[in-house]
Design a protein around this ligand. Structure first.
Ligand SMILES: [Zn+2]
Length: 129
């Protein structure tokens, strides 16, 4: 990425296709990439995995884990998306473990919201640095 970006016209945006994990986006931004698109948030969401804010970082966890069956907290305490505002880990865990398609949809909505917010914060940090 560094070599390619150094050789592209400076005024042109750099799009990085297929990179969507938070730590990879940070590295892409560091190397000069401007935009990203990737299936990761929905691919992992379809199987019941969500991004969660933990210790100042985004981590992944699977809502299939038995520990979430009686966890009536919101999906992610650090998220204010419509899914987190309305549903608990226990409910979405039930949906995912039961094979209900709604479980994957809810996880995907949360993950997309989380990644968009994550990249918005990166943009703000760049603009205010
Ligand atoms: Zn959320």
């Amino acid at each position: 990425m560094k070599v390619v970006n150094e050789n592209l016209p400076e005024e042109k945006p750099r799009h990085l296709l297929g990179i969507g994990e938070p730590e990879d986006i940070v590295e892409g931004v560091r190397l000069g990439c401007d935009t990203f698109d990737c299936v990761a948030p929905t691919r992992i969401g379809r199987t019941g995995t969500i991004y969660i804010h933990r210790n100042g970082k985004l981590e992944k966890t699977s809502l299939r884990k038995p520990e979430y069956q009686r966890d009536f907290s919101r999906l992610d305490e650090g998220c204010d998306c419509a899914v987190c505002e309305k549903y608990t880990k226990a409910y979405v865990c039930h949906l995912v473990r039961s094979g209900e398609i709604l479980g994957g949809h809810l996880c995907s909505i949360h993950n997309l919201y989380t990644i968009v917010n994550f990249t918005n914060k990166l943009r703000d940090e760049i603009l205010h640095s």
